[in-house]
Design a protein around this ligand. Sequence first.
Ligand code: ADP
Ligand code: MG
Length: 334
Amino acid sequence: MRARDTDWDGVRLHVVTGKGGTGKTTVAAALALALAAGGDKVLLVEVEGRQGISQVFDLPPLPYEERKIAVAPDGGDVYALAIDPEEAMLEYLEMFYGMRRAGRALTKIGIIDFATTIAPGFRDVLVTGKTSEAVRRKGKDGRRVYDAVVLDAPPTGRIVRFLNVTNEVAGLARVGPIKNHADLVNGVVSSPETAVHFVTLLEEMPVQETLDGLAELRAAGLPPGGIFINMVRESLLPDSVLEAAAESRFDPAELALGLKAAGLTDGGSAAVTVAEALTEEITEHARRTELERDERLALEGAARPRYELPLLADGVDLSGLYELAESIRTQGAA
Ligand SMILES: Nc1ncnc2c1ncn2[C@@H]1O[C@H](COP(=O)(O)OP(=O)(O)O)[C@@H](O)[C@H]1O
Ligand SMILES: [Mg+2]
């Protein structure tokens, strides 16, 4: 493991949650790259069976097996694992009961589907168990195989149940392999080697979900991580202009004169139309900026480390992903 001075030194499991669509998968992928940068080995795990990781890295669908998918800046490797809950169940049956074949037959008649659907706690413990095993796994040299594991986790509304497997499976298994799995997971996720990060936008709903999620996490005794504010737009105008515009004190006539002075229009009636349209846009921009400021303040109240990631104008391609990773490193999150 490289020498570090980051906000999360000592954390081995980075759980990334957030409201759906805020960029959970993107941020998890960028964080994995940032953590690997400089020569570390990081595993990026996906649990929802959506093949989001392969899409972000522009790869064909990932199999249910750990494989190297990217090289980080200054060396370092990112491995990925797309956990398929059904495969995890088969693996489990084989490991503990030597009944993979029987498992396949059970799949055919829908028993596995039934079990993973009817008892989500059971499915979750298989998935989190697999992840926790990767976190704790040691090589022949006695050292951890992965310096860090990043989990692209379920959305905020389900995160505590997902991680709190001990409670969830208490009714299912008091002894036996499932119980051992749950104990392993519990040992990892409630320890200081885990941090649960939130991805949000500067919008009311995701911010509220972040604050609620943090409170729920604390109540469950799970370790809160940082807040990744994603898709942040640059403010294009000085504060004084924004303030005036937000309070509708922005004067289109003045703007028309300014446009003329700058040689952008000839000052005729078209100039007035342009100035009016611009004023509308500026006012809209100013109102949004004001709302964003309120959301920022609300997030500050949570007193967690915060990181801002830019809205990439061309969407997130591979180079955009590395750009986000760099931003995560510069801000000290990795
Ligand atoms: N910083 C960003 N700038 C521009 N587009 C982004 C950014 N982060 C995410 N996106 C885009 O937003 C969409 C949702 O992101 P994704 O990571 O799949 O979200 P989630 O996993 O939360 O559903 C994707 O199309 C992704 O490329
Ligand atoms: Mg996703």
